[in-house]
Ligand binder design. Structure first.
Ligand SMILES: *[C@@H]1O[C@H](CO)[C@@H](O)[C@H](O)[C@H]1NC(C)=O
Length: 334
């Protein structure tokens, strides 16, 4: 049995006496060893490196599905004086229903906010971390004890997946209401009009409590009673795929970029506008897919074999070629 298998031996064995070691061969072997060492090193580096691939796809679901706005904001005003509205370019205006957002009287405080300058830089995007964050539980900011001078608005609302606006205004300012909030008079504990606000959470789409969005933990202070805060947001649907995990490795989310302006409106400054918080959002018609993956071990092995074998054969050929020319040279120089 074993003997019959020896017939298939593809590796020729040449008798030691028939082989000749040359100086050239030795030199080339050293070179090969060096070359191999560096190549294997770079190859290993690439194997360890985790690649991030970006793909831009047209969002085929645009306009036919809905997106939810998840909010947790605290405004330094009494809940009774506030109204929340959502409008979109499709023309539907939704006066946010009572059950979409809960309004709770709380004490206004700035504990737990991160100063804008000290925010974690998101420049180094790490899909692995994002996917892990998305699955993490979020620590809610606690309400402090004290006079209930603010209103915490919390909840989510489903809106058409088109551009739209999310407004928080005082009753009787901007919309027709039976009530007209006085400008400066104190009602109970809260000033009638003070749009100072903290944003604890503002995200679009599936709510991943652990994921930090640009506006999370931010604070805006109103310098006047008639202050208008405007946010312009560009929403980019994003899919993160972490191939290193097998379970729950895809996160469907919406990143957004935001610019904000504030101005005091009314008679004092002769600026046009309505006091309140106005968030205008646009949804980009593309989807970004960020995939994180590492080459498989088999792939790495295959490449290693390829490199080793390739170099061995190539240098062997070179050796033969040089030897060939050297033989010719020797023949004719005699
Ligand atoms: C509104 O409330 C905040 C926080 O309580 C305060 O710092 C700010 O001065 C107030 N603004 C006005 C115009 O009263």
């Amino acid at each position: 049995m074993f003997k019959s298998i020896t017939r298939f031996d593809a590796f020729p064995k040449i008798d030691k006496n028939m082989q000749k070691s040359t100086g050239l061969g030795g030199l080339l072997t050293l070179l090969v060893a060096f070359g191999l060492f560096f190549l294997v090193l770079t190859e290993f580096g690439q194997y360890i490196h985790i690649a991030q691939k970006y793909e831009f796809l047209v969002d085929r679901t645009a306009g036919e599905s809905t997106v939810s706005i998840n909010a947790d904001l605290t405004i330094a005003m009494a809940c009774d004086n506030l109204r929340i509205d959502v409008l979109d370019v499709a023309g539907s205006s939704i006066h946010a229903k009572a059950n979409d957002f809960s309004k709770t009287p709380v004490k206004f405080h700035t504990v737990g906010l991160v100063p804008v300058g000290e925010r974690k830089s998101k420049s180094k995007l790490d899909v692995h971390r994002i996917v892990a964050e998305a699955q993490r539980k979020h620590r809610e900011h606690a309400d402090l004890k004290g006079p209930l001078d603010a209103c915490r608005i919390k909840g989510h609302i489903n809106v058409n997946k088109v551009a739209g606006m999310f407004h928080i205004t005082a009753l009787g300012h901007g919309y027709l209401d039976s009530k007209h909030v006085a400008h400066e008079v104190l009602t109970s504990n809260a000033p009638a009009m003070n749009f100072t606000h903290r944003v604890d959470k503002l995200s679009f789409g599936i709510d991943y409590p652990g994921l930090v969005n640009p506006l999370d933990s931010s604070l805006e202070i109103a310098d006047g009673n008639f202050e208008m805060f405007q946010y312009f947001m560009s929403i980019v649907p994003t899919i993160y795929v972490d191939k290193r995990r097998t379970f729950g490795s895809v996160v469907l989310t919406n990143q957004y970029a935001v610019t904000d302006y504030k101005k005091i409106v009314g008679h004092e400054t002769r600026e046009a506008g309505i006091p309140g918080i106005f968030m205008k959002y646009e949804i980009e018609p593309i989807v970004v897919r960020v995939t994180e993956s590492r080459a498989s071990f088999m792939h790495f092995l295959t490449r290693l074999c390829g490199i080793t074998g390739g170099i061995y054969v190539t240098v062997g050929l070179m050796n033969n070629l040089i030897q060939f020319f050297m033989n010719i040279y020797e023949k004719y120089s005699k």
